[in-house]
Design a protein around this ligand. Structure first.
Ligand SMILES: Cc1ncc(COP(=O)(O)OP(=O)(O)O)c(N)n1
Ligand SMILES: Cc1nc(C(=O)O)sc1CCOP(=O)(O)O
Ligand SMILES: [Mg+2]
Length: 313
């Protein structure tokens, strides 16, 4: 196939999927602008791969994700003996996501973690757990080791008798020491937690959630077989500076189709009015910070968000 024919395939793919991935340019608080990205250097020469690499970059996927997708389009084409531009890849085996050893997986957690409050202090954790939020996370940012240990212990104590599941962000050793239900880590944390420490967490039975922000990170998260996978940031967030652009609902839905073997959590800029659309993608949990912490009446906000979760179950 010559380069004009590969270009034609790429254009067909863009034409087919541009409406879903590109047409999210609504000018409201939830707008997600997907900017075309430069095409990364090709690592192989097959037409399906090359066309997909070009098209996925044009559809706004960053280099590592365009590469991951292009490989998946290639595998899908080989498997089905055709380049079906209508079928966006969503088969785990096309992303190399099958064949993991279940015995090496982290402990299971509920498939639907429900409303998930990501909270800055133990006091907030206790408050929201008592308000009925089923999954809470202590996201306490401090370099003071003693303060971190105190806050983790207080958070573990605060959820006792509430039935809430408590995850500790970042501080995995403190979480193990205090007997927390689970740990949440980001991709950078995966870089620094060594194999031996991952084994320590896994064999302790503590649940282990991992953040992801696109296809390449999902593949990486799968390599450790976590208890759940968080998908973000769905919408723009002002809470922290993100290294990647907001993903938007179309990508979120595609991620859910691919990763449905895991409990999935959507996070990032999700306000109450967006709960139905986010839940419609199939995620079992919606994580929020500001929708609870910045609400004039956080208990009332929790009640409304819980009702939204129920209504979209
Ligand atoms: C449920 C959930 N998802 C994602 C994150 C982000 O975690 P991380 O990437 O470790 O970033 P920080 O929260 O540490 O800034 C999260 N905390 N919870
Ligand atoms: C802590 C965090 N992690 C994200 C990710 O995408 O990994 S987005 C995010 C902030 C979520 O806060 P809010 O609900 O107030 O936008
Ligand atoms: Mg973290």
């Amino acid at each position: 196939m010559d380069s004009a024919e590969i270009q034609a395939l790429a254009q067909a793919l863009i034409h087919q999927h541009g409406a879903a991935f590109g047409a999210q340019l609504h000018h409201d608080a939830n707008s997600v602008e997907l900017t075309p990205q430069p095409v990364p250097p090709a690592l192989r020469g097959e037409p399906a791969y090359l066309a997909a690499l070009e098209a996925c970059s044009a559809l706004g996927f960053i280099a590592v994700d365009a590469e991951t997708l292009a490989q998946a389009w290639q595998r899908q084409s080989e498997r089905s003996n055709q380049f079906d531009v209508t079928h966006w890849p969503d088969e785990p085996r096309d992303f190399g996501l099958s064949g993991a050893d279940p015995a090496q997986a982290f402990a299971h957690c509920p498939r639907n973690l429900g409303l998930y409050g990501v909270l800055p202090t133990a006091e907030w954790v206790g408050r929201m757990a008592r308000a009925g939020v089923p999954t809470v996370q202590l996201r306490f940012k401090s370099d003071d080791k003693a303060a971190v240990a105190r806050e983790i212990k207080a958070a573990v104590d605060a959820v006792k008798d509430t039935g809430a599941h408590l995850f500790i962000n970042d501080h995995w050793q403190g979480a193990l020491d205090a007997g927390a239900y689970g740990i949440h880590v980001g991709q950078e944390d995966l870089d620094v937690i060594g194999h031996r420490d991952l084994e320590t967490i896994r064999t302790s039975g503590t649940r282990f959630g991992v953040s992801t922000h696109g296809y390449a990170e999902m593949v990486r998260a799968h390599a450790v077989q976590p208890s759940y996978i968080a998908l973000g940031a769905v919408f723009p967030t002002t809470l922290k500076k993100m290294a990647t652009a907001p993903q938007g609902l179309a990508r979120l839905a595609a991620y859910v189709r691919l990763m449905k073997q895991y409990p999935l959590v959507a996070i990032g800029g999700i306000s109450e009015d967006m709960f139905p659309a986010v839940r419609a993608t199939g995620v079992g949990s919606v994580a929020v910070v500001r929708a609870l912490v910045n609400a004039p009446d956080p208990e009332a906000a929790a009640k409304h968000l819980l009702e939204r979760m129920q209504a979209t179950a």
